[in-house]
Design a protein around this ligand. Structure first.
Ligand SMILES: *[C@@H]1O[C@H](CO)[C@@H](O)[C@H](O)[C@H]1NC(C)=O
Ligand SMILES: *[C@@H]1O[C@H](CO)[C@@H](O)[C@H](O)[C@H]1NC(C)=O
Ligand SMILES: *[C@@H]1O[C@H](CO)[C@@H](O)[C@H](O)[C@H]1NC(C)=O
Length: 290
């Protein structure tokens, strides 16, 4: 018997390896595949939205899920177009009051705190469709197995990615609805703050209607620690202004918005550029954001 591994030991070590492999899968795959429990999440968020966030709205959440499934089911993962979501968007018509639309590109974290403080701002994530599908991943269903694909292709891998197509349609609707003064939050610490390939540059900008929009108020924000690469007069933002002008929009652009800087300083008060800001913050009247 010496030298031979007893069967139970083999079994145990196999079991351990099996668990290790399972753990690895559990940690890696959900990010690439359809979000687990997606139906429960989407339908649950829909009910949360229509009963708590925005109780004045009447939507049929089960119907919305059916239309979503209809759009995605039986289509290969790279073959779901914007048009396939037509019925889904029909099932949840939305409109928002003017002067509240906030657009952003590469400023997600700051945008969230900005929108949280100025409660009157609306971003795409505040719309029903944005609220329901935020951070979720899904892809088409396999005809044969009838199950949602476990591994989804990257957005960049195909033109008609189901996730991309949904956000494209949602962004387009959001932009087409925009009216009054709108705000655009851009990141001056990167090259191409205004990027023609971003959702804002490729979809939303084209959806804006100069007859409905009074002013496009651009705010360029740089990281407190820098670098300051782009500004209202420099780089791609100048291109954006050119496009707005040629399409007949009125616009403003600021690259030193005090409120935005205060927000950044609250999160990171030790930055040197916050010293003057901090002195002002010590005066109680400046603490009010209204
Ligand atoms: C994509 O969809 C079209 C029609 O909607 C269909 O003709 C085509 O075969 C589909 N392609 C793939 C790869 O599934
Ligand atoms: C600008 O973009 C960089 C890189 O994506 C990011 O790390 C930084 O937080 C962004 N800055 C702001 C103010 O959003
Ligand atoms: C719209 O923006 C312009 C330019 O920033 C400003 O003068 C005007 O007061 C704003 N109107 C409203 C209703 O906020």
């Amino acid at each position: 018997m010496i030298g031979a591994t007893p069967a139970p030991v083999v079994l145990i070590s196999f079991t351990i390896w099996f668990f290790v492999l399972q753990l690895c899968h559990a940690q890696v795959l959900p990010q690439l595949g359809t979000t687990p429990y997606i139906k429960h999440i989407v339908v649950g968020r829909c009910y949360a939205y229509t009963t708590i966030v925005n109780p004045s709205l009447r939507y049929d959440c089960e119907e919305i899920w059916r239309e979503f499934e209809e759009a995605v089911i039986h289509r290969s993962s790279c073959n779901v177009t914007v048009d396939h979501y037509y019925q889904l968007f029909n099932a949840m018509p939305e409109s928002w009051p003017c002067d509240r639309f906030l657009f952003w590109s590469k400023t997600r974290t700051l945008m969230h705190s900005y929108a949280a403080i100025f409660r009157h701002f609306w971003t795409l994530e505040d719309t029903l469709v944005g609220y329901m599908f935020n951070d979720l991943v899904w892809c088409g269903q396999d005809e044969d197995s009838g199950s949602v694909f476990f591994v989804c292709p990257l957005w960049s891998a195909c033109r008609n990615h189901p996730v991309y197509s949904l956000w494209r349609k949602a962004s387009q609707n959001f932009a087409e609805m925009a009216c009054g003064n709108i705000t655009v939050l851009l990141n001056g610490s990167i090259i191409n703050a205004f990027n023609r390939n971003s959702m804002f540059g490729s979809v939303e900008l084209d959806g804006l209607n100069p007859q409905r929009v009074d002013h496009v108020n651009i705010k360029v924000v740089t990281n407190l620690e820098g670098p300051r690469i782009e500004s209202c007069h420099q780089g791609s933002i100048a291109d954006l202004i050119q496009i707005l002008q040629s399409r007949g929009f009125r616009w403003t652009c600021s690259d030193h918005d005090e409120t935005l800087m205060m927000l950044q300083c609250i999160q990171d008060p030790k930055q040197r550029s916050c010293q003057t800001c901090a002195n002002r913050l010590l005066q109680p009247k400046s603490l009010s954001f209204n």
